[in-house]
Design a protein. Structure first.
Length: 299
């Protein structure tokens, strides 16, 4: 993994005239998962984030009430964050319409990144081409448009997206655990809704191989997402794939550390969680103690 990291771009470059080299040149990037400027700008100005991810739900929360209004918000965010990336999600589901809309969104800023779902197309249209997402990713790569592949839930999806030319893949770690909690059969070992192979011939026709056994049942259900990130990171390292792993669907601050341990390159985090990253009950106690003790100096 270290060799792969050496191929990725510098996140914190050194500053001319500063004799101190930045100690975290290859640190992970942090994105805010928001479209509300009042949430994003303070985090950006403080140097907490260096990119954002948006989607139609977040744009609606930001006040968008029409497509033109939404584009105006997205254009403003691209301008604010330049040169840092801003992920903009497609709303079309047909290949040609997706490519057309992606081209339109790419023109909102030279730092725009287009979010393309890797799969799920037949779930909303049974006659849809299951490779729609991969075809769109390839066509956008050929046009020089960066893609953030979303709705990634296993390593093969991430690999095929990278092969198609995706700049980023976004595993949705929170939703993976949610699915297992909801769909696991209680009489079987946990994770069986994601992986279940009772006999190699599948004589009962009930095998499930949506994920590997390692991801699905290699530990606590709540950690399935972190295991998925580690699995993707390992495969990408094996083949020096420089598509960046963007950990998404983060639910709490502890998951940030879990994703970093697993090898994520980028974390996209709700603004509410980012506002708590410097907090700890012992930090609170320590600060109160320091302030109280400093009163002895008469200030």
């Amino acid at each position: 993994m270290l060799q792969r990291k050496s191929l990725l771009p510098v996140v914190n470059p050194d500053k001319a005239g500063n004799p101190l080299k930045h100690p975290a040149a290859k640190a992970p990037r942090i994105f805010a998962d928001s479209a509300i400027r009042s949430e994003i700008e303070p985090l950006y100005r403080a140097g907490i984030i260096n990119g954002i991810t948006t989607n139609p739900t977040l744009l609606k929360k930001a006040g968008a009430n029409s497509w033109d209004h939404a584009k105006g918000i997205m254009r403003d965010l691209c301008t604010l964050l330049r040169p840092f990336p801003v992920s903009l999600e497609l709303t079309e589901l047909n290949e040609e319409d997706m490519v057309k809309q992606a081209t339109e969104l790419a023109e909102l800023g030279d730092n725009s990144v287009i979010k393309v779902p890797v799969g799920g197309y037949r779930a909303v249209n049974p006659s849809a081409d299951p490779y729609t997402g991969l075809k769109v990713i390839r066509r956008l790569w050929e046009r020089g448009i960066k893609v953030n592949t979303t709705l990634v839930f296993n390593t093969t999806q991430a690999l095929w997206a990278a092969n198609a030319g995706a700049a980023y893949v976004s595993p949705f770690l929170g939703r993976l655990a949610d699915y297992a909690y909801k769909h696991d059969k209680p009489e079987r070992p946990h994770g069986n809704s994601l992986y279940w192979v009772e006999d190699h011939k599948n004589s009962k026709g009930d095998q499930v191989v949506a994920n590997t056994e390692y991801v699905a049942s290699g530990g606590s259900i709540k950690d399935a997402g972190a295991r998925l990130i580690f699995e993707i990171a390992t495969v990408f390292a094996n083949y020096q794939i420089t598509t960046e792993i963007l950990a998404a669907s983060i639910r709490n601050p502890v998951q940030l550390t879990e994703c970093l341990l697993a090898g994520a390159d980028i974390l996209t985090v709700p603004a509410a969680i980012l506002q708590t990253v410097a907090d700890h009950p012992l930090s609170d106690d320590g600060m109160k103690s320091f302030v109280e003790d400093s009163k002895a100096f008469g200030k």
